[in-house]
Design a protein around this ligand. Structure first.
Ligand SMILES: O=c1[nH]c(=O)c2[nH]c(=O)[nH]c2[nH]1
Length: 296
């Protein structure tokens, strides 16, 4: 019986970088959390501690900061592609790279009706994300968003489910439907206008949530994914993770009041968690693009 080193990767996780573009008075900021992982010929460091092939994680971190100065960061997908190709192209033992980037959104503080030149505020926890994988000389781009919180105050029903001796849930033809969307989608190309495409896909997700008359969050999930694939030919598949942020109608009979779905208790836990992938049946699968990312 032998013991061998299995698949492995290493890198610097969560390099926090804020860059300020100052070429005009109207500054632009990029606020990122960047993680690098390298894959390749790293058997010896694991087996014997020989680090001849190991580009330090500290150097990887320094590279992230230096690249932010060499050229404007631009779209997170393009920044991740530049970093990933750099590690694979310049270090012989490195055969693959995975660059993860989360981008935090900042808006300009309105002053006298217009956004201030160099003062910003955070208006939501929503993040834009990308996971770029360089594998076998090919680049895969999986982009997405997290914590996009949405709510419908009607247009949502839930009934027709099986009941057993433990069921207490009442069927409803009118409820609040709320979730915090995590979505990831795989692009079929690595040369897109990623900013424009991201905004368009995000808009489609929001429109699908708003306009689907929902009989289940599962149905809403499928519709959101389906519309993204229908409207965006450069997207191969979409993974969605949708926590069901339950809103329970408060029983106001204690003071003799009706409650016609107007006053709710918003529970934070437990929550239903509805997850799934919507895909085309005519595109090549790319398991390495998703490898080691959350399944949904
Ligand atoms: O949209 C829903 N899907 C479920 O699977 C479910 N289960 C539940 O209790 N409420 C809901 N709502």
């Amino acid at each position: 019986m032998g013991i061998v080193m299995g698949p492995n990767q290493y890198g610097k996780a969560e390099v926090r970088i804020v860059s300020v573009a100052k070429n005009t008075e109207r500054h632009r900021i990029k606020d990122l959390n960047v993680s690098t992982s390298l894959r390749g010929d790293f058997e010896q460091t694991h087996l014997t501690g020989d680090n001849a092939n190991v580009l330090p994680t500290d150097t990887q971190k320094n590279t992230v900061y230096a690249f932010a100065k060499h050229a404007p960061i631009g779209e997170i997908e393009d920044f991740a592609l530049r970093l990933g190709h750099h590690f694979v192209d310049t270090q012989d033992p490195v055969r693959g790279a995975r660059i993860l980037i989360d981008e935090y959104a900042w808006d300009r503080i309105p002053v006298g009706g217009t956004g201030h030149d160099h003062s910003f505020h955070r208006t939501s926890e929503e993040k834009r994300t990308t996971a770029v994988t360089i594998d076998d000389g090919k680049a895969h781009v999986v982009s997405g968003l997290t914590d996009l919180v949405v709510l419908k105050s009607t247009g949502s029903e839930f009934w027709g489910y099986p009941k057993d001796e433990y069921t207490t849930l009442q069927e409803t033809e009118d409820r609040v439907l709320a979730t915090a969307v995590t979505a990831r989608w795989r692009y079929l190309r690595d040369d897109l206008d990623f900013g424009k495409t991201f905004s368009a896909v995000r808009e489609t997700l929001l429109e699908a949530f708003a306009t689907t008359h929902s009989y289940a969050l599962q149905q809403t999930l499928y519709e959101m994914g389906r519309k993204v694939l229908e409207e965006h030919g450069d997207v191969a598949e979409v993974r969605l993770s949708l926590p069901n942020k339950h809103h329970f109608t408060v029983d106001l009979s204690y003071c003799g009041l009706d409650n016609d779905n107007e006053v709710f208790f918003a529970a934070d836990r437990p929550y239903g968690l509805i997850e799934g992938m919507v895909t085309r049946d005519d595109v090549e699968q790319a398991p390495n693009a998703w490898f080691s990312l959350p399944e949904f």
